[in-house]
Design a protein around this ligand. Structure first.
Ligand code: 13P
Length: 126
């Protein structure tokens, strides 16, 4: 992969799922520079001990900050457990982040099954 930075983001109802997933893959994740939106990063660090650079909370611009990394070619993959059952105040930012993944052909996992598949790829460090 071109860079060694991964972004981890989850909406509130999905944070527990992401924390459990990250705990399972802690050894692999710890080999990367990790970034996250504010609350996701705080909870991930508290529950897994992983070092994570935290951007702003999603509704306050964090999704856009991670989008900027993608636009600059600074992100290898995004793990974005967005909530399909609840409206988000910053829905345009959520869409924009997912859109940039397609614009720049950045791997993005939006659920557990895809996240597991993505980290089992040979492109990932072991
Ligand atoms: O809203 C988010 C992603 O759209 C996530 O933001 P937080 O990690 O700050 O909860």
């Amino acid at each position: 992969m071109s860079t060694h930075r991964l972004a981890l983001v989850a909406h509130d109802n999905k944070k527990q799922e992401l924390i459990e997933w990250a705990s399972r893959h802690k050894t692999l994740l710890s080999q990367y520079d990790l970034v996250a939106t504010g609350t996701t990063g705080k909870k991930l660090n508290a529950h897994t001990g992983l070092a994570i650079h935290r951007y702003k909370s999603g509704p306050l611009g964090g999704d856009q900050q991670i989008g900027a990394l993608i636009a600059e070619g600074q992100l290898s993959a995004l793990f974005f457990f967005w909530d399909p059952l609840n409206a988000q105040p910053h829905d345009p930012d959520v869409k924009a982040l997912l859109r940039l993944c397609s614009v720049y052909n950045t791997p993005v996992a939006c659920n557990l099954a895809t996240a597991d598949l993505l980290v089992s790829s040979p492109h990932f460090l072991r």
